[in-house]
Design a protein around this ligand. Structure first.
Ligand code: ADP
Ligand code: MG
Length: 287
């Protein structure tokens, strides 16, 4: 599959405090996928995204964008990418619509701003000053800003931060639609739900290093427990038994329950990505 980004031996140290935020990571982002960087606060997710979007320079290692060194691109690179970063940066004295008009002038290609504002529920508030917006409204405006230039690649950093469930749903639907229309997404998050709902592949990142890259499904198969828990009803009470998944059909006790009891629930021993993250990195995503 065609690679949009290929990253090799990427390292980055913040000069001012000497923090080595990224410590030699390798990964590729394929065309048309939603690739997630999952890890706790301070893992190096935002730094990685800032390097790939050319906000931070002076990195070590090699980054190719569409087969060519990122350093060889001129500013036309920015026509391809949409960036929705953590802290919304807007002009607080301008209205939402004025802010979008300002940023849109920086690009050749333009998306339909009114349609985007309607979709994220900000159209009614477009003529209010951004200084009066709530955190969630600023985040939604920030997301619209990322889509202003009708980008091919979307970089999203903690995109659902501060959004209520309804608005998080809208934003996630839009991300999926962006992918379905051929776009590529690189998102970073510390939220397992975002990853489970959106990502085709994820990289576990911890302490500036990538510890595992895979699909959510394969991670669960690799690190999940191969067992099945069965709750069944017997003598007017609910009982729970757990069986090994292997050779389940030859397990007489299991077969007896399946044939002769009323089963209430069955769960395979999938582990959550949070638990798998701890297994792989020895670190918790959430404090
Ligand atoms: N602008 C900065 N200046 C100095 N150090 C920074 C800066 N931004 C992040 N760091 C440090 O770099 C490390 C990685 O941070 P970051 O990339 O923001 O992680 P994440 O996005 O995974 O929470 C942390 O130790 C953080 O304190
Ligand atoms: Mg971050």
């Amino acid at each position: 599959m065609e690679k949009v980004f290929e990253v090799e031996g990427l390292r980055f140290t913040y000069k001012k405090n000497g923090v080595e935020a990224v410590r030699g990571i390798d990964f590729a982002v394929r065309k048309g996928e939603i690739f997630g960087l999952l890890g706790p606060s301070g893992a190096g997710k935002s730094t990685t995204q800032k390097i790939l979007t050319r906000l931070l320079k002076n990195y070590e290692g090699r980054i190719e964008y569409l087969g060519k060194d990122l350093k060889e691109y001129d500013n036309t690179f920015f026509e391809d990418v949409g960036v929705g970063f953590e802290l919304p940066v807007h002009f607080s004295k301008l209205t939402g619509a004025e802010n979008m008009a300002f940023f849109q002038r920086l690009y050749k290609k333009n998306a339909d701003v009114a349609a985007l504002l309607k979709r994220v529920g900000l159209y009614e508030d477009k003529d209010r000053r951004v200084g009066e917006y709530s955190k969630g409204m600023k985040m939604r405006l920030n997301f619209v800003r990322a889509l202003l230039n009708d980008p091919k690649i979307l970089f999203l950093d903690e995109v659902t931060n501060g959004l209520d469930p309804k608005n998080a749903r809208i934003v996630k639907d839009m991300i999926r639609e962006f992918k379905e229309s051929g776009g590529t997404v690189l998102l970073s998050t510390h939220l397992m739900n975002d990853v489970e709902e959106l990502c085709d592949r994820i990289a576990f990142i911890s302490g500036g290093e990538i510890r595992e890259i895979s699909t959510p499904r394969d991670l669960k198969i690799k690190y999940g427990r191969r067992e099945l828990s069965v709750e069944y009803y017997e003598n007017s009470e609910t009982k729970l038994e757990t069986f090994d998944l292997d050779k389940l059909g030859e397990n007489e006790r299991f077969m007896d329950i399946v044939k002769n009891r009323t089963i209430e629930t069955m769960h395979s021993g999938e582990t959550s990505l949070d638990d798998i993250f701890i297994k792989v990195t020895g670190e918790k995503i959430h404090e």
